[in-house]
Ligand binder design. Structure first.
Ligand SMILES: [Zn+2]
Length: 152
């Protein structure tokens, strides 16, 4: 497995406090377990690393001998994802593990002992869930910040 991380992506993930080794770990784990969501050659995989769920958005090309992954982005959130609450709308994502369409819905999200429902891409079959980048970096980051402020 060859993993390419363009310079601008290295800079972005550095700002987000994500390590290059974590990015590789997320991709390698996803490719060996086939647990990820896929849309064409685009893939989103996640892994719990320490206190954070780290996501990698990458494109996959089949080479002659091995697969090549090009990292498009990486991001993380610290809320813990729990059970699926609902699956309401169709999405263009496919759960690679189940080979079934993934849906837009809601998942129980817990942070600092408080649980709320939040939006996610969910697989009704294996009940796994994924948070897209704009939600993780904007909405969830704001929620985490509020909780930390209350606690401080
Ligand atoms: Zn699934």
């Amino acid at each position: 497995m060859e993993i390419k991380i363009p310079n601008e992506v290295m800079e972005l993930i550095g700002k987000r406090g994500i390590k290059e080794a974590d990015v590789k770990d997320v991709i390698e784990t996803a490719e060996s377990s086939n647990k990820k969501i896929v849309m064409g050659n685009r893939n989103i995989a996640k892994k719990l690393i320490g206190q954070a769920t780290v996501y990698v958005d990458y494109e996959l090309e089949k080479g002659l001998v091995r697969k090549h992954a090009t990292v498009k982005s990486a991001y993380s959130h610290r809320l813990m994802l729990g059970d699926i609450v609902n699956a309401t709308d169709k999405s263009d994502w496919v759960c690679a593990h189940c080979n079934e369409p993934a849906m837009y819905g809601h998942v129980a999200m817990t942070y600092m002992q408080v649980t709320r429902n939040g939006p996610a891409v969910v697989c009704p079959k294996c009940r796994d869930s994924w948070v897209e980048e704009y939600l993780a970096t904007k909405t969830l980051a704001a929620v985490e910040g509020l909780f930390e402020k209350k606690r401080a």
